[in-house]
Design a protein around this ligand. Structure first.
Ligand SMILES: Nc1nc2c(c(=O)[nH]1)N[C@H]1C(S)=C(S)[C@@H](COP(=O)(O)O)O[C@H]1N2
Ligand SMILES: [Mo]
Length: 896
């Protein structure tokens, strides 16, 4: 062992203030003796676990037998191609990095201790490669504000320090995050409820190690750094020095898990393990222990494992460095949590001559050494509760004889009052009661009387999610089917997604169910019809590699709800133009497809359905979903394949129900990038349900404008009788400084100038444009009209017929009037009002056949006039009929 800086002082100097439990006089040497790190074949018998010496008297659990695993084919092409893994693990972030949880029932079935095969894994990057013969020579430092900093090897740690063994439950702070992501997407991937596992860890007390290195006055924190090099540096974090020195806290530097050398995914050969705290502080592949006066400044300590206040949106969080650094938001101790493992999700229970009760069961844990002091079950949504049985297998280790040695470490738990592990609960529920209940919900309480909340606390990173765990019961014929809140990763299923898809507001305090008093609004809601979008006969399984070959403009394929569709036959027919299909090529477009398309459009989908993505590909697709947050400033704002954010900076009222929303782009020189006559998609989140709402709009800014984007929006407010517009009301309630997302351009029509246009990418020349619109339908027409009128050399003549109810409803009237006045020779502008007041001097009445007969008439013999129509669907249909009856052909009529 090499001392980094001199100043020798007697061992234990300043550490005498700390209490350490009595330890046996001699240091156990069983490690090296037992040849565990020697030339033994480490791939040897699949379970490397040996029986402790106290056979017969042993009361505590030992790890179940682990399997012999292989390098999986999926991992071959990744930097983890040296790591053997269990194929049952569910990948949460595509193939790499490796972030996995076991199936919840498998985890429960393993019992108190989890094998390395099924222990959850959270790797921020590639797994460092350490050969077996390198284990004992692994070097690490104990440095910083210490009288005797040292650089040592794992061999030194084993030979010179007392070895301890105890069971510890590790939990990722993101456990149960999928539930949060369903409510509102956080910045984290979707853990189910199995981001938790328990193992027997063997190593040295961190306090022991630090006491010998003698912390200096003023030292308050201990930082850890791993060997995994990540995009923002080595993984690192810190905890408080006084915790590290406190044997009650049990923080250890571990080199064995369940009696075996650490598995590469779990930190081979050395890691920190901290009982009762989130897994994120238990640094793997440990290289440095640094004692400091301030918390770690490692990127991962600051920007990960925090619960920011709930109102901070992902967008806002990007500009709040001081909020991120606020130590009060850093998570250390776990909060109390629990889950139901049986019945499993989708488990079915036969009602005919089955047993009379069902044993509900699952896990619970508390943080900071606290004990789960009760677990309560409700079958009536929280009106009444019943106590479940709880077993604490951890307590059995406390009964072991004094100085019992397990896996070469003293089973240092007899004296402890602290709880380092999960416990299990169960309750027999009569089937008759289950039949009468909608759901079974559970909540745990800890010994500081903190109880799991009914409501979720959402925050940017989606962490520490612990509301009551709710399993819904469906009685279907003679069976009961159970439904968990979610399934991990992208796996569909669970009542949360179902309720959300049905338009329920998950945050209404009633799990998205209708609440008394909410009835009225529910009645006004348009019925959410389930439309089948797949062809049952299609059975082809498609991989991501095949999909990627179709991400160009030739044979564009796209994915909706995991199914693959070929857009090729619909390139000409798509109302949004071929560009909107190319925009989705090779991608998962589920969200925007579902929100933007009508039931009719959805009903057409089976025709284009060609196959289904396999689970691996689906997960990969999600992991590689393009995000617009690139660091490079882009010259053009709109991108066809990814959503780009712009900040709402101004709302200007232009009439009683119409506003101009101004959005600020990434930088002043950034142009919008919208061709004349085309549209963009706008995405906002419903303030209540946080569901995405997407609609197409045409801004009033010119597509070549830079820095700002202005959109004119008529807001359809709710009235007592009629439900208003979801999109427009969500936009209206958006506070300044919030972002809205945009994507585009889309549209099959483009005006290139001087009479040249394209329709579905085919060029055509026009001499005359007849533009018919109503209400906010003026916006795309305004774009085209402005292009014609501002170009003096453009000879195209235009007729605009704009129908509204009252004068105040005519949008952009001053601008339109000014253009018409300037270009009298090529612009005729007609307004007609259906309910004009006495002062109105213009046309009166609806847009009927008489009006168009008089003002437009039959089509000219030359094929050089086009009719552009934009307004509400009934108006578009009626106008279409009139033009057809006047002899106009469809090829000359275009709907925006
Ligand atoms: N060096 C290093 N240590 C790390 C991580 C990491 O990515 N690199 N992930 C952390 C997180 S967030 C968790 S939850 C735990 C997971 O430990 P496990 O993979 O052994 O279950 O390791 C922690 N330690
Ligand atoms: Mo984690």
């Amino acid at each position: 062992m090499e001392v980094i800086s001199p100043s020798p002082r007697p061992v234990g100097g300043s550490s005498s203030a700390y209490y350490f439990p009595p330890s046996p006089a001699s240091t156990p040497r069983t490690f090296l003796d037992s040849n565990l790190y020697g030339d033994t074949d480490l791939s040897g018998p699949s379970c490397g676990v040996g029986e402790p010496g106290t056979e017969g008297s042993r009361l505590y659990p030992l790890p179940p037998t682990s399997r012999r695993n292989k390098v999986l084919t999926q991992d071959l092409k990744t930097p983890d191609s040296h790591v053997e893994r269990d194929p049952r693990l569910i990948r949460l972030t595509g193939i790499h990095p490796f972030n996995v949880e076991p199936p919840l029932s498998d985890l429960y079935d393993e019992g108190f201790l989890t094998t390395k095969d099924l222990h959850y894994v959270r790797n921020h990057g590639p797994v460092p490669r350490v050969k077996d013969f390198e284990i004992l020579g692994w070097e690490f430092t104990v440095e910083g504000m210490l009288e005797k900093p040292v650089k040592m090897t794992l061999r030194n740690l084993i030979e010179d320090y007392e070895q301890l063994t105890y069971p510890i439950t590790l939990v990722c702070a993101g456990n149960r995050r999928k539930e949060q992501n369903v409510v509102r997407k956080s910045k984290g991937f979707s853990w189910g409820a199995a981001g938790v596992s328990t193992a027997l860890w063997t190593g040295v007390s961190l306090g022991d190690l630090l006491a010998r290195a003698v912390p200096k006055r003023g030292a308050r924190y201990v930082c850890f750094e791993g060997a995994d090099k990540l995009p923002n540096g080595y993984y690192g974090t810190s905890v408080k020095l006084n915790w590290a020195m406190d044997p009650n806290r049990g923080i250890m530097v571990a080199h064995k898990m369940n009696g075996e050398v650490l598995h590469p995914d779990h930190g081979k050969p050395l890691r920190i393990v901290i009982p009762g705290q989130i897994g994120g502080r238990s640094v793997k592949w440990l290289k440095r222990i640094i004692v400091t006066s301030a918390p770690s400044d490692n990127w991962y300590h600051i920007y990960d494992n925090r619960v920011l206040p709930t109102m901070i949106s992902p967008e806002a969080s990007a500009n709040l460095p001081d909020t991120w650094k606020d130590e009060r938001y850093a998570i250390y101790d776990l909060n109390t949590n629990s889950a139901t493992c049986y019945p499993a999700h989708d488990e079915k229970l036969s009602l005919s001559n089955g047993p009379e009760t069902y044993k509900f069961r699952g896990y619970a844990y508390a943080g900071g050494g606290k004990r789960v002091s009760r677990l309560e079950v409700t079958l009536d949504q929280g009106k009444t509760w019943t106590l479940a049985n709880i077993t604490y297998p951890e307590d059995q280790y406390r009964l072991a004889p004094e100085n019992e040695v397990l896996f070469g470490g003293r089973l240092d738990i007899t004296w402890r009052e602290a709880c380092f592990c999960w416990c299990f609960w169960d309750m027999d529920i009569p089937i008759s009661q289950l039949r009468g209940a909608k759901d079974v919900m559970i909540r745990a309480m800890d010994d500081s009387m903190m109880v799991q909340p009914k409501e979720m606390y959402w925050s940017v990173l989606g962490m520490m999610n612990n509301p009551w765990y709710r399993v819904v019961i469906h009685e279907e014929g003679s069976t009961l089917r159970f439904e968990h809140p979610t399934q991990p990763a992208l796996i569909p299923g669970g009542w949360m997604e179902r309720v959300k898809a049905q338009g329920g507001n998950l945050m209404n305090g009633f799990w998205g169910e209708k609440v008394p008093g909410e009835e009225e609004t529910v009645l006004m809601e348009e019925p959410a019809k389930e439309i089948c979008m797949i062809n049952e006969k299609v059975s082809r399984i498609i991989t991501i590699e095949e999909l990627r070959e179709h991400s160009g403009e030739e044979e564009p394929w796209f994915v909706v709800n995991g199914h693959v569709y070929d857009g090729t036959p619909f390139l000409d027919g798509h109302p949004g133009g071929a560009a909107s299909i190319f925009g989705g090529a090779g991608q998962n477009v589920s969200e925007e497809f579902i929100t933007i398309h009508s039931e009719n459009a959805k009903a057409m989908m089976p025709k284009y359905h060609i196959g289904t993505l396999d689970a691996r590909s689906l997960a990969l697709l999600a992991a590689t979903e393009p995000v617009a947050e690139s660091s490079e400033p882009r010259p053009v704002f709109l991108q066809p394949k990814t959503w780009s954010k712009a900040i709402l900076t101004e709302k200007t009222r232009v009439s009683s129900d119409t506003k101009i929303f101004t959005f600020t782009l990434d930088h002043e020189a950034q142009t919008i990038g919208l061709p004349v006559g085309q549209h963009l998609m706008m995405r906002v989140r419903d303030p209540g349900s946080q569901m995405a709402i997407i609609r197409a709009y045409t801004p009033i800014s010119e597509g070549t404008d830079a820095g700002k984007l202005r959109v004119l929006v008529k807001i359809y407010y709710d009235t007592p009788k009629i439900k208003g517009g979801k999109m427009t009301q969500a936009l209206d309630s958006l506070p300044m400084g919030q972002f809205v997302e945009f994507k585009g351009p889309i549209g099959k029509f483009e005006y290139l100038g001087k009479g040249l246009c394209t329709v579905n990418a085919k060029e055509r020349r026009v001499r005359r444009l007849i533009m018919v619109c109503a209400g906010s339908g003026i916006t795309p027409i305004f774009q085209v009209l402005r292009a014609v009128m501002t170009d003096e050399s453009d000879p195209t003549s235009c007729v605009v017929i704009d129908g509204n109810r009252v004068q105040e409803d005519i949008l952009c009237k001053p601008e339109l009037d000014a253009m018409a006045a300037r270009c009298k020779d090529k612009c005729r502008l007609l307004y007609t009002l259906s309910r004009p007041d006495a002062s109105w001097k213009g046309l009166k009445g609806r847009m009927d056949k008489a009006l168009f007969e008089r003002e437009v008439g039959a089509p000219p013999a030359s094929n050089d006039t086009m009719v552009l129509i934009c307004g509400p669907e009934p108006m578009e249909k009626a106008v279409h009929q009139v033009f057809t009856s006047l002899g106009w052909k469809d090829e000359n009529i275009l709907f925006f």
